[in-house]
Design a protein. Structure first.
Length: 128
């Protein structure tokens, strides 16, 4: 090994020997062993400020927020556009959820899924 590698390994060993064996989570406030914290290269101690359980819960909540925002944006009514039809699903929220699930599964927006359904299932009206 080179001298730089030996110095770095020695410095890591000294730093770990000086570190406490526990850390307090910034989110839940619990004092936990260091193995309950993920790595974070830029932090002073090399560990995340949140424990693994809190980080997982935080990521799950963030993902749910992104999905909820995307769904809300997709079904938001577009007003003052004479070329668009506004459908009101407030009386049938379960139908809207089903349409949204189908749309996400087929990589379409909810609006495009509704248009696709209408084009394929509603006969054209013939003017007489």
């Amino acid at each position: 090994m080179s001298d730089k590698t030996n110095v770095k390994n020695l410095a890591d060993k000294l730093m770990r020997a000086a570190m406490p064996e526990t850390k307090t989570c910034n989110r839940c406030g619990k004092t936990l062993p260091l193995d309950q914290f993920g790595r974070h290269n830029t932090s002073k101690d090399g560990l995340m400020s949140m424990c693994r359980a809190c980080k997982g819960a935080s990521a799950k909540q963030a993902h749910a927020n992104v999905r909820a925002t995307a769904a809300a944006d997709a079904v938001a009514p577009i007003i003052n556009d004479p070329n668009r039809v506004c459908l009101d699903f407030t009386a049938y929220p379960d139908i809207l959820k089903k349409v949204a699930n189908i749309a996400f599964g087929e990589f379409r927006s909810v609006e495009k899924q509704i248009i696709f359904f209408l084009k394929n299932n509603v006969p054209e009206r013939v003017e007489e």
